[in-house]
Design a protein around this ligand. Sequence first.
Ligand SMILES: [Zn+2]
Length: 260
Amino acid sequence: MDCTEFQSLIAAYIDEELSVQDLLRAASHLNGCAGCEADYRQMLQLRDAVRANATSHVAPRHLRARIQNDLKRAGKSDGSMTLTAGWPWRWIRLGAALACATVFSVVLGLQVMAPASVPGLEEELVASHYRSLLVDHLTDVASSDQHTVKPWFTGKLDFSPPVLDLTSEGFALAGGRLDYIGRRPVAALAYRHRQHVINLFVWPEGGTSSGKSGTVQGFQMVHWTQSGMHYWLVSDLNREELEGFKSLLSKDIDRATPKG
Ligand SMILES: [Zn+2]
């Protein structure tokens, strides 16, 4: 990827809208290009400043209904608006060069038109997996040693996730990080299998609704509960191998869990 291509993808890169392949190409360009890196940082700062300081209001239900009605009448919508909640970078870039009021109105406009539904648990997990593939986002503690990774979580979570190394089975532990899924802090453990990254999310049962295994946005997801914990695997690895990894983990979790 060259600078021109990266610049054309920078907004989609920040919004995490690229395919995994483009994401990795963009990340590798960013790693080696100081110029693009500076542009990237600047846009992140701008986004954070708008998030932190722009005034925004959630539209009341009746206003949303009225706008949807008007759009429907104008024949511009079938009533099922599917605007993404992402940041309109092209607009914000322009807006930054103009008056702040322009930015505010774009932000306000987005709030008015954003869909009311919150993303499901599966989408949150996929988004976290996706973020982890960005440069330097895979782990907070990078280690293949479970005796380094496990204590790292102590004091950061109100539970102790089992941390298992399955290097001998072809699944190398890359490290761990904290994440926030389903309105609670969770443990995320990263594994590598050939060129694939696998994220294992762990949190205690209860409170957060469970979900189903399946395919979401092209990623395979495997969910199970065991010894009082929810486990989610997310990866672009094929279904069979991911299920195989689940069986290995499941056996080791059984072995690692003290029997009362
Ligand atoms: Zn560049």
